[in-house]
Design a protein around this ligand. Structure first.
Ligand code: NIG
Ligand code: FE
Length: 417
């Protein structure tokens, strides 16, 4: 099918030959076309430009046949690329949420067997089919808010069998869903209770048993470790990353959420595609990231939900770094995959300009999950993952009018949702 979208008030993040990511001052650059058209042919973006240029092209297009959408008063964006989620999970954890309201910290809850370990227990009991259905529904939900690509992690299994189950579910989602999905093996998400005091042995299990099996079944695109205080050390992390890299798994790691853990530096050292969370980022960490190929990814939902200090996004951008933002959709620290809220938080809590925030969720988000050649902008030849907004007055209105769904129509791989 071909789709022609006409009278677009603003076509956002549109251009050919765009950079693969934007950093520093460039993050406020957002190429857009007012009063535009967008032509989609099959799964791909085939053309775009000013409405007045379309008059010349129209007779040729008409002969081929297409579905026309009049977008008067509405804007068109490339779909969000959510580069960090745990959306394959067995059950919600609202009991812990109440514990948090009563004053317990994330670490205290984890020590009592709550948190990730609570999810791991439920994961063991849940069938692969149930897990698949629940996750597919969550994918449908996030697509309605404009997400077109999503990275999903394992890490609620913590046994070889349950980790493989999670990754097989992600594999099935890749086939069943129109969203573009990348999978990450996160066996080192928490230390299972039976390994308490024997952390090294659990790391051995991840290295000697889990990674080879994950690789043999080709179930993961990336490898992750929760490198932070009370979880995995820099030494554990380096051992696991080296083992994963032998099988071609590039790192994308959880770092510096709870402390200056050394995780950022470890990520850069092993050429991680991204380091994520980053609440504890100081001058040393910024210096390590500058000039690297590692994308710093900030997760506003988790910092908001856990009442943690916000990562110094403004300082990072002002120092010349790129920044991506993602939802961290998971049942414990960020039970929402709504990227429109992330966009608003980027502006309100992290002081990003609306243009910088859009870059953080599109172009830089695509880079942080390795899909920048195909997604993250409206460029000829890229996959047609775009959304049409409701009628909105300005670009700034999008993050400003927070909480409401401003997306009206979603097109994924060239098809209307
Ligand atoms: O990204 N920080 C570690 N892992 C997840 C939380 C997972 C959970 O609490 O279930 C995160 O926030
Ligand atoms: Fe996470």
């Amino acid at each position: 099918m071909s789709i022609l979208i006409t009278n677009i008030k603003k076509l956002v993040q549109a251009g050919n030959d765009l950079p693969e990511k934007r950093a520093g001052k460039e993050m406020s650059v957002l190429p857009s076309i007012d009063n535009a058209y967008l032509y989609i042919k099959g799964e791909k973006i085939a053309g775009f430009g000013l409405m007045k240029e379309l008059d010349v092209l129209r007779p040729g297009l008409k002969a081929k046949g297409f579905h026309e959408i009049d977008a008067s008063g509405k804007m068109v964006f490339p779909c969000w690329c959510d580069s960090h989620t745990h959306l394959v999970y067995p059950a919600s954890r609202e009991i812990e949420y109440v514990d948090k309201i009563k004053g317990l910290t994330y670490e205290e809850i984890a020590k009592r067997g709550g948190g990730i370990l609570n999810s791991a227990q439920k994961m063991a009991e849940m069938s692969e089919d149930e897990l698949f259905e629940a996750s597919l529904n969550r994918l449908k939900e996030i697509a309605c808010y404009g997400t077109g690509a999503v990275e999903i992690k394992s890490g609620y299994g913590l046994t070889t069998e349950a980790e493989l189950k999670m990754l097989r579910v992600i594999q099935r989602l890749k086939e069943a869903s129109p969203l573009t999905i990348r999978s990450t093996f996160l066996g080192a998400h928490a230390i299972p209770p039976e390994y308490r005091g024997r952390q090294e042995e659990y790391v051995d299990l991840v290295i000697n048993e889990m990674i080879p099996q994950v690789a043999a079944e080709e179930l993961a695109d990336y490898i992750d470790v929760f490198c932070d205080r009370g979880f995995f050390t820099v030494e554990d992390t380096e051992r696991i990353l080296m083992a994963g890299m032998k099988y071609g798994l590039r790192p994308k790691i959880h770092a510096n959420e709870l402390d200056y853990s050394g995780g950022i530096q470890a990520g850069v050292k092993y050429n991680a595609l991204s380091v994520d969370h980053l609440e504890y980022t100081g001058n040393k960490e910024i210096k390590a990231l500058l000039g690297s190929e590692t994308m710093p990814v900030i997760l506003p939902g988790a910092a908001f939900f856990l009442n943690m200090p916000f990562a110094p996004a403004r300082k990072m951008i002002d120092a010349g770094l790129p920044v991506a933002m993602a939802s961290d959709f998971n049942p414990g620290s960020s039970p929402s995959g709504n990227m429109q809220l992330i966009l608003s938080m980027a502006c309100i809590s992290y002081r990003l300009l609306p243009e910088e925030a859009v870059n953080a969720l599109t172009l830089n988000g695509a880079y942080a999950m390795g899909v920048q050649d195909d997604l993250g902008s409206i460029s000829v030849g890229k996959t047609a993952n775009v959304f049409i907004t409701k009628e909105i007055p300005t670009l700034e209105y999008f993050p400003y009018y927070y909480g409401a769904n401003k997306v009206e129509t979603v097109i994924l791989k060239g098809g209307l949702l």
